[in-house]
Design a protein around this ligand. Sequence first.
Ligand code: G3P
Ligand code: MG
Length: 280
Amino acid sequence: MVEIIAHRGARSIAPENTLAAARRAWELGADRWETDVSFTRDGHLVLFHDDTLSRCTDAPARFGYPVSGEPVAFVRQEDSLIHYTLAELSTLDLGSVFLSTDPFSTIARGEIKEPALSAFKGEKIPTLEQGVVLTRDLGFQINIELKDHGNEPGPFSLAAQTLFIIKRTGISLERITISSFNHGWLNWLGTRAPEIEIQALVGDDDEIPLDFKDFSFKTYNVNAKLISEKGVGELKARGKKVNLFTVNDPHDFSRFVTAGADGIITDFPQQFVIKNKAIT
Ligand code: G3P
Ligand code: MG
């Protein structure tokens, strides 16, 4: 049965990479949620996708820096997450930005009901530890993507700190998968925590053809825009586990499932959890 993985949580119906998005994915019956992890300025790990804050948070207003060159008074110019401490990041509101931007038009279509909608207001950037603890307490599963922003404090520091925090929560390691486009970090983890499934992300850039190098990983999470059903079949013939990102179209979902995909990473778990049950 194909695994339904909620991309950044149920991000089409909740602010992405928040505890609310994770909870929503679990309530829907997704098998797992995917989330992105990055360092703060003071060495904490938070769940956040971009290396800049403006798209998903009220940072420009909160920290007073200009966006798009607008001539406003400001105290800081930086929009990069790595410039901020955990305490500073904890003041940011992702929920209000989700409510005002409605990034998937799900609010406009009436797909998110009260009181869930109002409850998003004030939703914060979670720490990795909060995300893992919630996953543990729900009995849910999590795919932690190690984001390589090129500004980490040491060569394997993000992998090492992530592993430390996972183990500190006491979560069963069977509930964890770790993915990254940085395959060196995954190899480092593979030797230190062989109990955790590692998943090699391939296809960071929609314009650059896939390169599986020596096919040394057991699991590949592949950009669905760059692979055909035949390509999925070839990976399966090599004995690989194959997850695809980011599949939001029902037709794509059906053809990849038919081709043998093991997992589908989607912004719309609410759509495919039902579909999944119908197909298998
Ligand atoms: O894990 C798949 C996907 O999350 C990778 O791309 O940019 O959404 O983190 P991105
Ligand atoms: Mg990701």
